[in-house]
Design a protein around this ligand. Structure first.
Ligand code: URP
Ligand code: ZN
Ligand code: ZN
Ligand code: ZN
Length: 461
């Protein structure tokens, strides 16, 4: 079965150009001048629309255990919502529980995800128990297609690793060509500030932000960079939120170090003012690192332009307001950490194009092409080109929509962007050649998505 996508503006990192796209089965077989391809079994008219590579969200948490509960999107609901928003690949974090092995963790994530995803998916590994056998198993993870390992300088007693443990994992990563991803916040200092606030009777959600100052993200980011330098390991800073952390990343990159960073839409659009909303509404915005003062946002947009921020991921980690955020009503420290967003990343970053913050090329690059390259999926994913998977989004740049819990598809009872008006909307989505979203609705299936065994970081190897 062949499909011709005709009349659209095909987007790449270089911008837009008028072209038709021919899909045969699961693969793009030709990209050519308008009117030169086909005929095909089916034609999709993309006149006036963008035709771009499906989004790649390199940071999600489906069904993630946290603080005695778990994030509410399953792989089925979360990947369906992602597809609605023009994302055709997610990379989810498999979470090693202390006392368990990396390989059993990988098996567990396969059990959750395999046969239950609407789009293709891969995994990163969260290492929370650094010991001889975990370090040995890192190679087996790479062999299993999981070549990126997240570690935490935050959450003492849960995911936290000491600097010594981080050093050991970085040495191993260097040896086997893997990437270390870092949650860079000084959790030891933060826990003291949080305990002091609680003892002083300060229990509201805004305290989550006030006790995690941006300096402690900047400090941890610098420390991670120095540890990476000493070990020679490539480093990827996840969910960067603060100007101080961005400055540390920029400096390392200027010095030629293999340091990369992502930010997330919530840090570009939301702020500590949301965390300060009354009646416990602020709990909807509790995530770590926390939402910052608005003054950080201009720096983050600039970082996206200069490539000191290379990737935009969502850190999608949905907890319901009613029965889950509620767990921290008397103590902000017990509010499950995470914000839902897997459905809205492409729209929110397109809004950056509309606002003049990003070019079309940077939109595609930060949301699709670079994550594909960085995480070993390129050129299978991340580009509209002959031979690539037919993961294609047809996007109407002129359509208007309002984000709301009433219309989103994520399995969570609120929207962090309630009422936000967006210019631009996903019209049609193909996942490996199959139309999964169209103007008539969702036509995908949660058995369609395949596990992506990833190569190592193609920027570095
Ligand atoms: O608050 C967040 N970000 N929750 C998800 C876990 C993590 O640290 O990425
Ligand atoms: Zn994190
Ligand atoms: Zn995360
Ligand atoms: Zn619920």
């Amino acid at each position: 079965m062949t499909t011709l996508i005709s009349g659209g503006q095909v987007l790449s990192t270089a911008g837009a150009s008028a072209a038709d796209v021919l899909v045969d089965g699961e693969i793009i077989v030709a990209v050519g001048a308008p009117g030169t391809l086909g005929p095909a079994d089916e034609t999709i008219d993309a006149t006036g629309k963008y035709v771009l590579p499906g989004g790649i969200d390199a940071h999600t948490h489906m069904e993630m255990p946290f603080g005695g509960t778990h994030s509410v999107d399953t792989f089925g609901t979360g990947t369906t919502a992602a597809a609605w928003g023009g994302t055709t690949t997610i990379i989810d974090f498999a979470v090693q529980a202390k006392g368990t092995s990396l390989l059993s963790t990988m098996d567990k994530w396969h059990e959750k995800a395999d046969g239950n995803c609407a789009i293709d998916y891969g995994f990163h590994m969260i290492v929370s128990d650094v010991n001889d056998s975990s370090l040995k198993e890192m190679q087996a993870c790479v062999d299993g297609g999981v070549g990126s390992f997240k570690m935490f300088m935050a959450y003492p007693g849960v995911f936290y690793s000491t600097d010594g443990e981080i050093l050991l994992a970085m040495q191993k990563a260097r040896e086997i060509g893997a990437t270390i991803m870092m949650h860079a916040e000084n959790g030891i200092a933060i826990d003291q500030l949080a305990a002091q606030a609680f003892a002083a009777g300060k229990i509201d959600p805004v305290q989550h932000g006030l006790t995690r100052p941006p300096e402690l993200e900047g400090e941890a980011t610098s420390r991670a960079i120095q540890l990476a330098k000493v070990t020679g390991a490539p480093l990827y800073i996840v969910h960067l939120s603060a100007s101080q952390a961005l400055a540390a990343v920029a400096e390392a990159r200027n010095d030629g170090q293999n340091v990369f960073a992502e930010t997330c839409p919530q840090y570009l659009y939301l702020s500590i003012e949301d965390l300060a909303k009354p009646d416990f509404e602020g709990s909807k915005y509790v995530a770590s690192p926390p939402l910052r003062e608005k003054s950080h946002q201009a720096d983050l947009w600039r970082g996206l332009r200069t490539n000191d921020l290379s990737v935009v991921s969502t850190d999608h980690c949905p907890f319901c307001f009613k029965d889950q955020k509620e767990l921290g009503r008397g103590d902000f420290r017990a509010i499950p950490n995470g914000i839902p967003g897997v459905e809205h990343r492409m729209d929110l970053l397109h809004q950056g194009v509309v606002a003049g913050e990003l070019t079309l090329g940077r939109w595609v690059e930060t949301c699709s092409t670079t994550p594909a390259r960085m995480f070993g999926l390129y050129p299978r994913k991340g580009v509209i080109a002959a031979g690539s998977d037919a993961d294609v989004v047809i996007y109407d740049p002129a359509a208007k929509q309002t984000l709301s819990v009433e219309t989103h598809h994520m399995n969570v009872d609120y929207s962090a962007y309630e009422g936000l008006e967006i210019t631009g909307k996903v019209e049609t989505v193909l996942s490996r050649g199959r139309v999964v979203v169209s103007p008539s609705g969702f036509s995908g299936s949660t058995t369609h998505g395949k596990f992506l065994s990833r190569d190592l970081n193609q920027y570095l190897n």
